[in-house]
Design a protein around this ligand. Structure first.
Ligand code: UGA
Length: 445
């Protein structure tokens, strides 16, 4: 068990609440500060502002140890102040640090050492800039530590309490040691390093994960051309302990609030320093093209998409979340609408609203696929595992499944009477268009 400390958190967003809740779980006193009154009021009333597994329970269990406030001066009693604010991309692709600077503007004035801990994902060099800013404001007693988060949506609490590693970059040894002590009770290797390297570890880890995804997506595309099955290939690759099995699921490309933004930020960071990060540029481009490949697969079977009814099944950028940020579903819907298709969409939790203007949201999978010429699996929700059913086959005008997540067994889907296309898997032969199709819409294999 860690020695009890008081921890202040700037930002009651996803990272801030997971961090605060988990530190309270370790026995610390936590004060979470946000600028949005309605968010603070909701949290005080026990209402969650977003969907994240286990987080409501953690916050509820530790209610006695967590306070929410709008007043940054309440953070004066904290031993460490974690900055957990957004760093969205600017037009130039750089990370927008304005929320970080605003948090600095609100730092409480104290006459003892307080450590500022950066959890938000920031460009390399931010720590140096913050240190200079603290000095310029005469906050010479404030320490600074970079302690990036490696939390994935949907299992962030688990990731916090059972991490692969804890990365702590500090200017002063004692500040790093003090932050390390906050994690007592968690079993994990601790990487103690300088601030710039800690900042780079976070960006490089995400970039490498994205590289694996774009790599396997390109292998998938080659598999399609040569008749191999990427699911088998990924399994065969992943058993090599030097390579590992994770992040080798081919699909319709990565999305979410982190990967797209962090890849741009790292590419931009490199080019601002005079270096063209070619590999990362390719990773990003492959991902953009990957989202659009579904359109070609639809065209292969349906010809022109004008007037065709397409059901998009799953809208969130991955299962287990209602997050639509940079979700491939948004690109797909907009491309399909631009081609003149009718788009029906279904998701168990994500509600796109204006983001998917022109698409009709259905309450059930069956409603979405009724009369459809194709059903596209966009998010790997468990509810879609049974999609290749008789009921669905009979409801569709043309029983075609494009499985953007390789969720179904191709042989089972075909024997259930569907034309089936996965990603990087042997595909169904072209089986003709629905009766109503115009002759010029026909395409050959
Ligand atoms: C990611 C990282 O996994 C976390 O370690 C990191 O802390 C976080 O970003 C962040 O920087 O804050 P997250 O965006 O929640 O977490 O989601 P992931 O589970 O990593 O998935 C990202 C995207 O990659 C999703 O669109 C997912 O569908 C896709 N993906 C993932 C694949 O296409 N194939 C795979 O094999 C794995």
């Amino acid at each position: 068990m860690a020695e009890t400390r008081t921890i202040g958190i700037f930002g009651a967003g996803w990272v801030g609440l997971v961090t605060g809740g988990c530190f309270a779980e370790l026995g610390h006193e936590v004060i979470v500060r946000d600028v949005m009154p309605e968010r603070i009021a909701a949290l005080e009333a026990g209402r969650m502002p977003f969907h994240e597994a286990d987080l409501p329970e953690v916050l509820e269990r530790n209610r006695e140890r967590i306070r929410y406030t709008l007043d940054a001066d309440d953070l004066a009693e904290a031993d460490a102040l974690f900055i957990c604010v957004q760093t969205p991309p600017t037009y130039s692709g750089d990370a927008d640090l304005s929320y970080v600077w605003t948090a600095l503007d609100h730092l409480p004035r104290v006459d003892r050492r307080q450590i500022l801990v950066m959890k938000s994902t920031v460009p390399v060099g931010t720590g140096e800039k913050v240190r200079a800013a603290l000095q310029a404001r005469d906050l010479t007693e404030a320490g600074y530590v970079s302690n990036p988060e490696f939390l994935a949506e949907g299992h962030a609490v688990r990731d916090f309490l059972n991490p692969d590693r804890i990365v702590i970059g500090s200017f002063a040894e004692e500040d790093g040691a003090a932050v390390e002590a906050l994690y007592d009770g968690i079993e994990a290797p601790v990487v103690r390093t300088d601030v710039a390297s800690a900042e780079m570890i976070k960006l490089a880890a995400n970039a490498f994960l994205m590289t694996r995804i774009s790599f396997i997506n390109e292998i998938a595309n080659v598999c399609e051309a040569v008749g191999a099955d990427v699911v088998e290939v990924a399994h065969g690759i992943g058993l090599d302990h030097r390579l590992g099995k994770h992040f080798l699921r081919a699909g319709i490309g990565y999305g979410g609030s982190c990967f797209p933004k962090d890849s741009l930020a790292l590419k931009q960071l490199a080019s601002n320093s005079g270096y063209h990060f070619q590999l990362l540029a390719a990773v990003i481009e492959v991902n953009e093209l990957q989202k659009r490949r579904v359109i070609q697969k639809l065209q292969k079977h349906l010809g022109k998409l004008r007037g065709k009814k397409v059901a998009l099944l799953g809208l969130a950028f991955k299962a287990g979340t209602d997050d639509l940020r940079e979700a491939p579903s948004l690109v797909l819907a907009s491309r399909l609408l631009a081609e003149g298709a009718e788009v029906r969409a279904w998701d168990p939790v994500a509600r796109p609203g204006e983001l998917m203007k022109g698409a009709v949201l259905s309450d059930t999978v069956l409603d979405a696929v009724r009369g459809a010429d194709a059903a596209v699996i966009v998010t790997e929700w468990d509810e879609l595992r049974g999609l290749a059913s008789r009921e669905v086959q009979e409801a569709m005008a043309h029983p075609l499944i494009i499985d953007g997540r390789n969720l179904l067994d191709p042989a089972e889907a075909r024997s259930a009477g569907f034309a089936y296309e996965g990603i990087g898997r042997p595909s169904s032969p072209f089986e003709g268009l629905p009766e109503t199709a115009e002759p010029e819409q026909r395409v050959s294999r």
